[in-house]
Design a protein around this ligand. Structure first.
Ligand SMILES: Cc1ncc(COP(=O)(O)O)c(C=O)c1O
Length: 365
């Protein structure tokens, strides 16, 4: 039996046709697919401005730069989630202030944000972990009360909706990643969305060496964060069939749910009623299995040809964050040690989903 990988990109023959078109056009750096992808993304999200970049981390970086975040500033982040936004803060001398997450949704606990806000707080980052969507009703209230910008890191939640509105559109800025494991992919890539025209202009400059129209005229000390036309052509093709991609991911998610239904101990991530998720990975909290070590379980699953992944490390468990250790992040620390992620991607057959669930149940029961 072949190994069932944890993730696999969904690449079609149509994606290849678009890629060849961009290749044959000779426009392999910039090119018209970049604009096409930005326009179709704006339409899909119903967002005013979109800016492609070379990855999901650059999407966050360009926002920090355009907001002029600097040494001494503070940003609020969840203590469980992919660490791109907080790593960037460390790089730039910005203080990451961590807030615990909710035990069931794995998203930032909005009720714990206010007491972490200081005069130095410049930004709140909400991460839509594993395809969930954070509680933006409350986040918007905080935004209104404090005026602090909100960045919605939607790298893992492309296609998920909250009250029928696309994720990535709830904050002042939304960011996405098109890395190979993501819901749609360009190999590496990302995009920023916003309705803030002024910051959008600044972000465009930072993406392109600080140059606007006149060649070599650097208006600010920018970077090269550009996505290539080759990558954009694949993304453009994939976005066209996002509803189909979502449909299959949902089928797999519901099949897993059904298969795990009988075992009351298996705790899947919770999605609130008003969320229609495009689940990125099937995250299970192993909290109840005190005597079963996750590392051992991952090894045992691998012996049965199933690749799984551990959850993210919380900042308290990472030495690079030792200066920011905090004793009020218990839930993040706990789930960080107990989450295991099972494969979930379009090419995964129902037969394999059943095989994964059966083996998982055998090992944890
Ligand atoms: C929530 C989140 N934010 C940011 C990133 C960074 O994106 P990239 O790998 O495209 O730089 C990722 C994942 O890779 C992520 O999962």
């Amino acid at each position: 039996m072949k190994l069932i990988p944890w993730a696999k990109p969904t690449l079609s023959s149509t994606d290849k046709k678009f890629l060849i078109k961009s290749f044959n056009s000779n426009w392999i750096s910039g090119g018209h697919y970049v604009n096409k992808l930005e326009n179709s993304f704006a339409k899909f999200l119903k967002s005013k401005k979109t800016l492609t970049v070379n990855n999901g981390t650059s999407a966050i970086h360009v926002i920090y730069l355009a907001l002029n975040l600097k040494r001494g500033d503070e940003i609020i982040l969840p203590a469980y989630g992919y660490m791109a936004a907080s790593n960037l803060a460390l790089q730039m001398g910005i203080k990451p202030v961590f807030v615990d997450v909710d035990y069931e949704t794995f998203c930032i606990n909005v009720n714990k944000i206010r007491k972490k806000i200081t005069k130095k707080t410049k930004l709140i980052v909400a991460i839509n972990t594993y395809g969930n969507v954070c509680d933006f009703k409350e986040l918007k209230r905080i935004r209104k009360e404090t005026g602090i910008f909100i960045l919605e890191d939607a790298a893992e939640s492309l296609g998920s909706t909250l009250d029928n509105r696309q994720s990535g559109t709830f904050g002042d800025f939304g960011t996405f990643s098109f890395q190979a494991t993501k819901n749609i992919t360009t190999g590496e890539g990302g995009i920023v969305v916003t309705n803030n025209k002024e910051i959008y202009k600044k972000m465009s400059l930072y993406r392109n060496h600080g140059i606007y129209k006149e060649r070599y005229l650097h208006l600010l000390p920018g970077n090269n964060f550009r996505l290539t036309n080759l990558q954009a052509s694949i993304g453009f093709s994939q976005l066209k069939r996002i509803e189909l991609i979502k449909k299959r991911r949902k089928e797999i998610f519901f099949l897993y749910k059904e298969l795990f239904k009988k075992n009351r101990n298996i705790k899947l991530q919770k999605f609130e009623q008003n969320i229609n998720p495009m689940v990125w990975t099937l995250a299970i909290n192993l909290d109840y299995r005190k005597n079963l070590k996750r590392k051992k379980l991952i090894g045992l699953m691998m012996r049965r040809k199933i690749e799984t992944r551990n959850g993210f490390y919380s900042p308290n468990r990472l030495s690079i964050y030792k200066k920011f250790k905090s004793n009020d992040l218990e839930i993040s620390d706990k789930i960080s040690e107990n989450i295991i992620c099972l494969p979930l991607y379009n090419a995964l057959s129902n037969k394999n989903v059943k095989y994964i669930a059966k083996n998982f149940l055998e090992l944890v029961d």
